[in-house]
Design a protein around this ligand. Structure first.
Ligand code: CAA
Length: 285
């Protein structure tokens, strides 16, 4: 079944979802941005507007582009409104049960030929696909945070993903200005397989008292030329997401080298999830 991607649905209006809506709308796609409440969608639209306004101020886009792109994004709290999208990209929380329940509610409303993509950063595409009515049109489309700035998207086929789905998805990703890296369907794919153990190790370095938060981040910023220190980056990604990814690696690869640091577990249990809760390794209050 062929599909010409013109209309994009984004499910989940959090930091990844609003970024995907942002770049899709700027590239000229009509976007339906859905979340459980209209308030969340409106908050996402305000964030998108703020980020686009910054792009205008920097001269990267024109004021007309900003207005036109914002007009192309329609918020909705009803999954049935996604009935005519050509691709739906789920960017909900990194939790398999939540994702599966979204697919169960969403799939009956999608056109049969619509592609269903997931922005999961670690969970098996094959397993998620198998819980839907369209494993051959299911694919991993893993954008990086912040989406408007980061150039990479990992594309991940499940075992049943058809070549046509992959080709359409690659075209869409390239049309929003991103570069594709193809990853096989292994736990956490490529970027997070490499990045998250480094962040986890930084947390162990803190846990074992080798250095302070500031010292560890300064060491990696100035000693390895990373744009952010690993603890600052962990706060930016969200400590709950970091823990979920480490758990997927630990369970999926059955190797103790992926054991989540107990300090990471403790922070998540405390509800200190990083920037989004104003407290993580740094205090943002
Ligand atoms: N929307 C639009 N533009 C944005 C933006 C946003 N949300 N955030 C930053 N920018 C733009 C700024 O306007 C600025 O643009 P110009 O270059 O045109 O001036 C540029 O990005 C740099 O921003 P700043 O000057 O404000 O700040 P900075 O120089 O400190 O850069 C950063 C910020 C780009 C986030 C940089 O610190 C960085 O690259 N950090 C690492 C990010 C990273 O590693 N991301 C991957 C996380 S892992 C992941 O996403 C996978 C996963 O599944 C967990």
């Amino acid at each position: 079944m062929d599909v010409n991607i013109q209309k994009v649905g984004v499910i989940g209006a959090g930091q990844m979802g609003n970024g995907i809506a942002h770049v899709s709308a700027l590239a000229g796609y009509d976007v339906l941005l859905s979340d459980v409440s209209l308030d969340r969608c409106q908050a996402a639209l305000a964030t998108i507007n703020g980020n686009m306004t910054r792009q205008v101020a920097k001269g990267n886009i024109s004021e007309e582009d900003r207005k036109a792109a914002l007009d192309r994004i329609k918020p909705t709290e009803k999954l049935e409104d996604l009935a005519d999208v050509d691709i739906a990209i789920e960017s909900a929380v990194e939790n398999e049960t939540v994702k599966r329940s979204i697919y169960a509610k969403l799939c009956p409303h999608l056109k049969p030929e619509a592609i269903l993509g997931t922005n999961t950063s670690s969970i098996s595409i094959t397993r998620l696909a198998a819980s839907t009515d369209r494993p051959e049109r299911f694919i991993g489309v893993h954008f990086m945070n912040p989406v408007p700035v980061m150039e990479l998207v990992e594309l991940v086929r499940g075992i049943a993903t058809e070549d046509e789905t992959f080709d359409h998805c690659r075209k869409y990703v390239e049309s929003v200005g991103k570069t594709v890296a193809v990853a096989e369907d292994f736990p956490a794919f490529m970027v997070n397989r490499i990045l998250l153990p480094m962040i986890n190790e930084a947390i162990y370095t803190l846990y074992e008292g080798v250095g302070s938060v500031e010292a560890i981040d300064t060491a990696m910023r100035l000693g390895a030329n990373h744009p952010m220190g690993p603890l600052q980056l962990a706060d930016f990604i969200g400590l709950d997401t970091c823990l979920s990814i480490m758990q997927v690696l630990y369970e999926g690869l059955a190797d103790s080298k992926y054991r989540p640091c107990p300090l990471l577990v403790k922070y998540v249990e405390a509800g200190w999830l990083g920037r989004k809760t104003q407290r993580g390794f740094y205090d943002y209050r």
